[in-house]
Design a protein around this ligand. Structure first.
Ligand code: ATP
Length: 240
């Protein structure tokens, strides 16, 4: 689904990502974990087309060359980002945010009835959102905004969902709920690339993981193996 080889991202003269290579296969939930400043968000933004980058190869669904695809063509081609900080439109209503998520499909000729059916599915998946459709999105709690941001991205029916720090700033109960939904969406067949500070929870859910340090990959492997690796436990999970 996603093949990244030798990705570099720089801010002026400073390289934040220094030649990263990784893959996400169809149906997988892959997580990128690592300490603050490791380059996780820069990697996500580059893949989403929000930051300039260089790469030996950056292909999506085999044939799509991400080095040549403008940012606004990512979603119509099946790649959706839920950014760190959510990026919802706070003055618009919850419903308007959701409708906006399906806009590219509508433009491409998808029938309104199909979009309406997907909206119904989304409201089943996120019942808290359903109760708040007419509210302006800015009045939602942080956790509800995260749910809205995910629902909006899913309304675009992506093939790959990029989730950047979905648990950031949320109360533990809400974190649990968000991860339940991520698990459900993955079970329903969505391919997900997840960046998460909470390495413990991410490794519990993911199929595979890449551990980043200073713009490079330090470890990679099956999540169930990494979670038991003494080096990972000590450095990233705060356990011995
Ligand atoms: P965090 O978990 O703290 O968000 P991260 O792993 O997502 O960290 P990035 O946000 O990608 O890391 O940052 C990687 C490096 O790039 C850091 O050293 C950071 O200071 C630097 N950086 C990020 N954004 C900018 C920017 N807009 N201008 C300059 N340097 C930046």
């Amino acid at each position: 689904m996603l093949n990244i080889q030798g990705l570099t991202v720089a801010y002026g003269g400073i390289q934040a990502v220094k030649g990263l290579s990784f893959q996400v296969h169809a149906g997988e939930l892959v997580c990128l974990i690592g300490c603050n400043g490791a380059g996780k968000t820069s990697t996500m933004k580059a893949i989403a087309g929000l930051l300039p980058f260089e790469a030996h190869a950056a292909t999506f669904k085999g044939a799509i060359d991400l080095t040549a695809l403008p940012a606004h063509e990512r979603l119509p081609n099946g790649l959706a980002l839920v950014p760190e900080g959510r990026g919802i439109f706070s003055r618009m209503t919850v419903l308007e945010n959701l409708e906006l998520g399906a806009n590219a499909r509508l433009q491409a000729g998808c029938p309104q009835s199909e979009i309406h059916a997907d909206l119904e599915k989304m409201l089943m998946l996120f019942p808290r959102i359903k109760e708040r459709l007419k509210q302006s999105a800015g009045t939602l709690s942080g956790g509800e905004q995260q749910m809205l941001a995910m629902a909006r991205a899913l309304m675009g029916k992506p093939d790959l969902l990029l989730l950047d720090e979905p648990s950031m700033g949320l109360a533990p109960m809400m974190v649990e709920k968000i991860f339940e939904v991520i698990q459900q969406v993955h079970r329903d067949g969505m391919t997900i690339l997840l960046v998460e500070q909470n390495a413990h929870i991410a490794l519990q859910l993911a199929n595979r993981a890449y551990v980043m340090d200073s713009g490079l990959i330090d470890y990679e492997g099956r999540a169930c193996e990494l979670i038991n690796d003494p080096r990972i436990r000590e450095t990233y999970l705060g356990q011995v």
